[in-house]
Design a protein around this ligand. Sequence first.
Ligand code: SAM
Length: 174
Amino acid sequence: MVETYILRIGHRHDRDQRVTTHVGLTGRALGAKGMYLAADDPGVVESIAGVAKRFGGSFTIQDKVSWKQCINNFKESGGRIVHLTMYGLRIQDVIGEIRACEKVLVIVGAEKVPGEVYGLADYNIAVTNQPHSEIAGLAVFLDQLYQGRELDAEFSDAEISVLPCERGKETVER
Ligand code: SAM
């Protein structure tokens, strides 16, 4: 199964903390292995790492990366680059090809994405050609990629596990 990492670019310290944190949490919950953040924001790192520690699994988070170096390193290690953008090709037309990759780096922007990213990406992919959000785009991308199988993922070594229940909240703490 294709391994997915996220690269978050354009993060602004005061404006984007909540959305960037949700990009990481959504990625983790829906099957991504880790996130690279092209910004210096220890608060976001702590928040995502804290959830990963309590709720299990092995999601990694690293900030202060250079986005260009991250893309080049990922390519050199044999990975393919997917850039989520409303201007890209229709996800439904290319997701089959991406599913055959060994590992992919999914780039999501915040403010305007540098034009160079469009050229460095192997795939510029649109989740509809309408403007919306990086969190929604990432969630639909991962669900299309994993075809719903990500919903059955187990999170190992969790300190807290939620027990599905019809009403109320049930958890097990270890
Ligand atoms: N205005 C910015 C630009 O033109 O680059 C994008 C801002 S948008 C709120 C932030 C991010 O959401 C984008 O960089 C892209 O990754 C993602 N996004 C928004 N709409 C999308 C769509 N229809 N398909 C895929 N990704 C989308």
